[in-house]
Write a protein that binds this ligand. Structure first.
Ligand SMILES: CC(C)(COP(=O)(O)OP(=O)(O)OC[C@H]1O[C@@H](n2cnc3c(N)ncnc32)[C@H](O)[C@@H]1OP(=O)(O)O)[C@@H](O)C(=O)NCCC(=O)NCCS
Length: 144
């Protein structure tokens, strides 16, 4: 059974793992290994993610996680960038669990949260040429 829930400190390690694995699997063709490891070290270390799990609000709504048998298999989050605009800041599914609908469920959770904050539109920035990300957002109705 898989559930999508707001992340707690218990999920920090899993968030770091999924996002680091996601980065390595997604950007290997687009970025140098050094750059990828630098980004992972800067953004997906447990100290930083713990703060991002506990210090949340309108600008950063916290992480949502997809959890299966206690294991984090996907993570994502976003925040409001304007009165009526939300943005997805992070969204990764474990590389061996893509295309099962997990990303869609995480995106739905983020979207629901942003609508509750008053969002009427939603944005996302995707790395140019990211063919593991762009088709997903297009399938979900995002327009370039
Ligand atoms: C993007 C990502 C989060 C999507 O999560 P997911 O669980 O794999 O996606 P889902 O299974 O929910 O949905 C897949 C949808 O996208 C479409 N899709 C995904 N990859 C596709 C591809 N390469 N070509 C065409 N369509 C694709 C599927 O057709 C499906 O649409 P449908 O439900 O209408 O059939 C996940 O694939 C991922 O982690 N990708 C790598 C990291 C990344 O690029 N993240 C975004 C950074 S901003």
């Amino acid at each position: 059974m898989m559930e999508v829930v707001r992340a707690t400190p218990d999920h920090v390690e899993g968030i770091c793992r999924v996002c680091a694995d996601g980065w390595r699997a997604t950007y290997a063709d687009m970025c140098s290994p050094e750059y990828i490891e630098r980004i992972i070290g800067e953004f997906y270390n447990e100290e930083r993610v713990l703060k991002e799990v506990t210090e949340t609000g309108r600008d950063w709504g916290g992480y949502f996680v997809a959890v299966e048998d206690g294991k984090v298999v996907g993570a994502g989050g976003g925040g409001m960038i304007g009165e009526r605009s939300g943005e997805v800041f992070v969204l990764y599914v474990a590389p061996d669990r893509r295309n099962e609908g997990i990303g869609t469920r995480l995106l739905d959770a983020i979207t629901r949260q942003q609508k509750a904050f008053g969002a009427a539109e939603q944005w996302v920035s995707v790395f140019k040429g990211n063919q593991k990300g762009i088709p997903f957002y297009e399938a979900r109705g995002f327009v370039f």
